[in-house]
Design a protein around this ligand. Structure first.
Ligand code: SF4
Length: 343
């Protein structure tokens, strides 16, 4: 059983996998940061992280927290005083590596300060910035050892409200690192591929890395890292959860055939329009858009309903059975009605 860590009103480790993202505004620009967080929340973000590189940013967190209704995490490197200032500003979690703080008395002071306020710490190991002593080890083992070393430091300070991440841009190493960590301790894991890159490449690397672990039952909260608008990170994170059967909210899923020489209708256009129709649907429904009647109906038996394209007229079907034949220009309005009426 994974330990449960509470980050504001969100539980990490309780079974529901939360989606995180990070703002890329200047944190001290409160208005821009709050506006971006609102967009992330609208897209489905559960927890948001902001960088805190200086005192001004730590102080700005107070106004950001006041104007935001999802938990805010302060991302801090090295300086424990920024962690204290961020805690005073009301953030719900601190990301800092205790081994990088320096003097153990400072770590102890921070640990007890956060413990009194029920503020957890995420230990965030990054494969690209490991301590020199780990450089001769295989990367996955090195990340695991480094994470466990930070854990031991906090445990020695009597602090166990811990979430761990061990990210790398090397997907295979990142997967292995998380597996090793999972076998060594029961702290909840924040999983992600770091510096994954621009949209398409980043999406593929994140899907493989995060998806492989989720399908093994590893991972309690996720962040997709993209060199792009952070809203896309949230959308991608939700799609990964759906693809791995880990998404806990009701939603509409659209499947579509890849098309071939048998295709009779514009599957790509219809499927895109149905996806658009389904964006705000909050019920579990699975719809198929298939290009031909020959294979379409049989291949999508697992769907609640759908269309299989024909010449001039197409077949609407439910649970693999033909229910109606409609003119091709009526496919979309009929599917829209079926989605609306589905219970
Ligand atoms: S459902 Fe029909 S049109 Fe679509 S890929 Fe299969 S055979 Fe081709």
């Amino acid at each position: 059983m994974t330990k449960i860590v509470k980050v504001g009103n969100v539980e990490i480790g309780g079974g529901q996998i939360s989606v995180q993202s990070m703002t890329n505004t200047k944190t001290k620009d409160v208005d821009a940061t709050v506006a971006q967080i609102a967009k992330l929340q609208e897209a489905g973000c559960d927890i948001v992280r902001v960088s805190v590189p200086d005192k001004e940013s730590a102080l700005a967190c107070r106004q950001i927290v006041e104007q935001t209704s999802i938990p805010v995490v302060a991302d801090i490197h090295f300086d424990y005083r920024l962690a204290i200032a961020s805690a005073d500003s009301g953030v719900s979690k601190i990301r800092i590596n205790p081994g990088n703080i320096g003097d153990i008395s400072k770590v102890k002071y921070l640990a007890s300060y956060l413990k009194e306020r029920n503020i957890p710490i995420r230990i965030g190991v990054n494969g690209g910035s490991l301590d020199a002593k780990y450089r001769d080890m295989p990367l996955a083992k090195a990340m695991c050892e480094s994470a466990l070393e930070h854990v031991r430091i906090l445990e020695e300070c009597n602090f166990d409200d811990i979430v761990i991440s061990a990210k790398s841009s090397n997907v295979a190493a990142m997967i292995q690192a998380y597996r090793l960590i999972r076998s060594e301790c029961d702290y909840p894991l924040h999983i992600g591929v770091t510096e994954a890159g621009t949209y398409t490449k980043g999406l593929i690397k994140s899907s493989i890395g995060i998806g492989s672990l989720l399908c093994d039952g590893i991972g309690d909260t996720i962040r997709v890292s993209l060199t792009d608008d952070p809203v896309k990170e949230v959308e991608a994170g939700i799609e990964i959860l759906k693809a791995c059967d880990k998404y806990s909210k009701p939603y509409a899923e659209v499947i579509a055939c890849p098309t071939c020489a048998r295709t009779n209708i514009n599957v790509q256009e219809i499927a895109s329009k149905v996806e658009e129709l389904c964006k705000n649907v909050r019920k579990n429904v699975k719809i198929a858009v298939m290009g031909c009647v020959v294979n379409g109906i049989g291949e999508s038996k697992g769907c609640d309903f759908g269309v299989a394209g024909g010449v001039g007229k197409s077949a609407l079907f439910a649970k693999g059975e033909l229910i109606e034949s409609v003119d091709n220009d009526q496919i979309l309005p009929r599917l829209a009605k079926m989605i609306e009426e589905f219970e």
